[in-house]
Design a protein around this ligand. Sequence first.
Ligand code: IMP
Length: 179
Amino acid sequence: MEEKPAAPPRIRVLISEDQIRERVGELGRQIRADYGDRPIYLIAILKGACIFLSDLARAIPGPVRFDFMGISSYGRGKTSSGEVKVTKDLDLSLEGADVLIVEDIVDTGVTLTYLAHVLQQRRPRSIQIAALLDKPSRRLRPVQVRYVGFTIPDEFVVGFGLDFADDYRNLRDVCVIEE
Ligand code: IMP
């Protein structure tokens, strides 16, 4: 007998493209106001933060540079395992720079705790964090996230850069896959 193709997953919009656009605009203006006319070094973590980075960089008026870092954590399904390593390093020197780490989502806080520690050793002038999404209910490590787009409940989200097994990054909204 022929096998039926699996039904496509049902996808529910949690945060719409319009809401994201408006909030990213607000964050960009707030960030520039906080940094005065100083250059801001945006450091995005591959791959999930790329789409947020490209919108945020354009929402911040004045001098901005950006660079990318690859990080992998072992044994990840839908959660962090706690072990992290750098798989692609930066091209820019951060010495004396005002660094703003750009993340798609802060979940347990393991990734950002590790990254902040690695970047601190490069003697920047300051390090802050901007995250599009924050899931504070799952935090294992305390992380100070200076700029948060949206605080969300404990649901696994995809879209706007976020993936499930590398799919769905291109969705324009932040969505939940219904089981
Ligand atoms: P943390 O180290 O647990 O804070 O993990 C942060 C990383 O886990 C994010 O950069 C994402 O790559 C991934 N992640 C955490 N929650 C989600 C989710 O709901 N959807 C997709 N990826 C997630």
